[in-house]
Structures are given as structure tokens and as C-alpha cells.
Write a protein that binds this ligand. Structure first.
Ligand SMILES: [Zn+2]
Length: 84
């Protein structure tokens, strides 16, 4: 089965690839996993069908401090890459 290319729920850019934050190149996001859009640096969460959707306040409330910090650091890095 051909993998359908997802689109960012925030900016609608095509998401052709993903990279795991802990640099395991084989790991791909699954249901319930969070990801950041490379283009707009907004946070997405993968639903039961593994389609990315926008995070809502309730999703973020379930995250621990460490994860929130990691997301915020990664967002800052994506945004600063943009300015180069
Ligand atoms: Zn985006």
C-alpha cells in the first residue's frame, strides 16, 4: 500500500518525511506521537489513523514539563533556522 503524503494541519505544506527527535532514523511517528512541522514549527499530534492534526489545549495539558520544554526548544531551533 502506498503511503499517503500528509499535509501539515497548520500551514498545509506537504510532509514527506519525519525525523525522530532522539535521532533514531528508523523510528517513524505513530498514533499519539507529537511532531513539529518543519515549515511552520507548529505542534501536531498523530491521531488513531496516524494522520497529523493540530494539538489542542487538552493534548498539551497531558504532557509533562520535560516534554513541553523539549517541544519549545525544538520550536525555537526550527524558527531560528528559518532566519538564516
Ligand atoms: Zn506547518
Amino acid at each position: 500500500m502506498e503511503k499517503q503524503i500528509d499535509h501539515c494541519p497548520h500551514c498545509d505544506e506537504r510532509l514527506g518525511a519525519s525525523t525522530c527527535i532522539d535521532s533514531n532514523p528508523k523510528l517513524q511517528p505513530g498514533p499519539g506521537d507529537l511532531s513539529l512541522c518543519y515549515y511552520c514549527s507548529e505542534i501536531m499530534i498523530h491521531d488513531e489513523d496516524n494522520n497529523p492534526r493540530k494539538v489542542v489545549k487538552e493534548d498539551l495539558e497531558e504532557l509533562d514539563e520535560e516534554t513541553l520544554e523539549l517541544l519549545s526548544t525544538a520550536q525555537d531551533q526550527l524558527r531560528s533556522n528559518d532566519e538564516d
